[in-house]
Design a binder for this molecule. Structure first.
Ligand code: S3P
Length: 451
């Protein structure tokens, strides 16, 4: 179901305990990058466990538009026949990224140092999001940009004949910005340096190294990460096995914690240290979460995560942990609604520029369901254990994580919860409803059935 189609309201309601073992889909960040880096390599990359969501499929189309051949094989894997760095073809039509911030920002980085013209568009959510954070460093590298006021989509770019390698200090904690500059640096002669004052997810660095790029990471005296990339390498195709997405796993983890009697195992979840802030936080809140069968797969640590219903308590979530759980605050707010006392979440300014203004969307959703909360410019405080919660309708603003988080609320609340559009879930987690039904949850497109 496409997010561009008619909205599909969904309702969830309390039922039996959640029980069973599931596998959530492949990691979204790694899936995007597998297709992109495969397209830039010379030869055939294979990808097992690619996340087949709207966001990732938009990236596949963008890479096809510049000449890569991307095909699904009978065994469910994908092959990417790369066209090679420096050899991208000029796309014939506009590149529509739908809802995908990661897809468009990283692709702007790749195209921005190639001497081709490209125009990017997106849905109503993506068209509101700031692109200047990526377009500004690209301008420094010589890319010509024409964008809508405020550097929003639609935007057209044309890379310089020869891009300039730059040294760039990332002004906000953003793996997308860091990655866009590094990816532009791939086709710039010389060394591109990115200084990252606050560490963010490092999939670009790790995966580019795997593809054979000359990339190093060190810490300067101030403790900032300094990433140096030598441009114009020949990237070598890889065989990639995408581990399960910890951001998607966060939904069944929180659900199992808050639905009485639950016992759920989620298999093969990636535990990259820049992604696991939510697990640390939920354990601090008293969550019974075990990491079983820890092992290494494709350069990342993975584990099976077993979660049992737990009595949670409110805590202060350190602001410095925010980059390692930036996508998980909406569902953390739901866990906080079931915790005893207040959960205080500072350092949330980046939530204002996600698929929606997530700070506002979460606060309005909590209020609509009788859960006390206080929203400031960059903090959220949720007071847990209110009686008689639920019963509200939540506005999702084309934001998949808002939709999923409030459906989790509904399966644990006293009264059913409706989200105004469940179709947006296809952005990142197309099997969300069926997996939750497998665990015993009640989620329905017809509110009277779920209730
Ligand atoms: C992503 C980085 C994060 C995250 C997004 C995926 C990535 O965005 O919110 O869902 O794959 O690089 P920012 O880097 O802008 O915080």
């Amino acid at each position: 179901m496409s997010h561009t189609s008619a909205p599909v309201p969904l309702t969830s309601a309390a039922g039996s305990p959640l029980k069973g073992t599931i596998r959530v889909p492949g990691d979204k960040s790694i899936s995007h990058r597998s297709l992109m880096f495969g397209a830039l390599a010379v030869g055939r990359t294979t990808v097992q466990g690619l996340l087949e969501s709207e966001d990732v499929l938009a990236t596949a189309d963008a890479m096809r538009a510049v000449g890569a051949k991307i095909e699904k094989q009978d065994d469910g894997s994908y092959t990417v026949d790369g066209i090679g760095l420096g050899s991208l073809l000029e796309p014939q039509g506009v590149i529509d990224f739908g809802n995908a911030g990661t897809g468009v920002r990283l692709t702007m980085g790749i195209f921005g140092s190639h001497n081709i013209a490209a125009t990017f568009v997106g849905d109503a959510s993506l068209s509101k999001r700031p692109m200047g954070r990526v377009l500004n460093p690209l301008r420094e590298m010589g890319t010509n940009v024409i964008a809508r006021d405020g550097d929003r989509l639609p935007a057209s770019i044309r890379g310089a004949e020869q891009a300039l390698p730059i040294t760039y200090r990332v002004p906000m904690p953003s793996a997308q910005v860091k990655s866009a500059v590094l990816l532009a640096g791939l086709n710039a002669p010389g060394v591109t340096t990115v200084i990252e004052p606050i560490a963010t997810r490092d999939h670009t660095e790790k995966m580019l190294k795997g593809f054979g790029a000359d990339i190093s990471v060190s810490l300067n005296e101030a403790g900032e990460r300094v990433i140096k990339l030598t441009g114009q390498p020949e990237l070598k195709p890889q065989d990639i096995d995408v581990p399960a997405d910890p951001s998607s796993a966060a939904f069944p983890i929180v659900a199992a914690l808050i639905v009485p009697g639950s016992d759920v195992t989620i298999e093969n979840v990636m535990l990259n240290e820049h992604r696991t802030g939510i697990i640390t936080t939920l354990i601090e809140m008293g969550g019974d979460i075990e990491l079983l069968n820890k092992r290494s797969a494709g350069g990342e640590e993975v584990a099976d995560i077993r979660v049992k219903h737990s009595k949670l308590k409110g805590i202060m979530v350190p602001a410095k942990r925010a980059p390692s759980m930036i996508d998980e605050y909406p569902v953390l707010a739901i866990a906080a609604a079931f915790a005893e006392g207040d959960t205080f979440m500072p350092g949330l300014e980046e939530l204002r520029v996600k698929e929606s203004d997530r700070l506002a969307a979460v606060a309005r959703g909590l209020e609509a369901n009788g859960i006390p909360c206080i929203e400031t410019e960059d903090t959220l405080t949720v007071t847990g254990s209110a009686s008689d919660i639920g019963g509200g309708t939540v506005v999702t603003h084309l934001d998949h994580r808002i939709a999923m988080s409030f459906l989790i609320l509904g399966i644990a609340a006293h009264k059913p919860v409706t989200v105004d559009d469940g179709a947006v879930i296809a952005t990142s987690f197309p099997t969300f409803t069926s997996l939750f039904e497998k665990l015993g949850a009640k989620i329905s497109a017809n509110s009277s059935e779920a209730a």
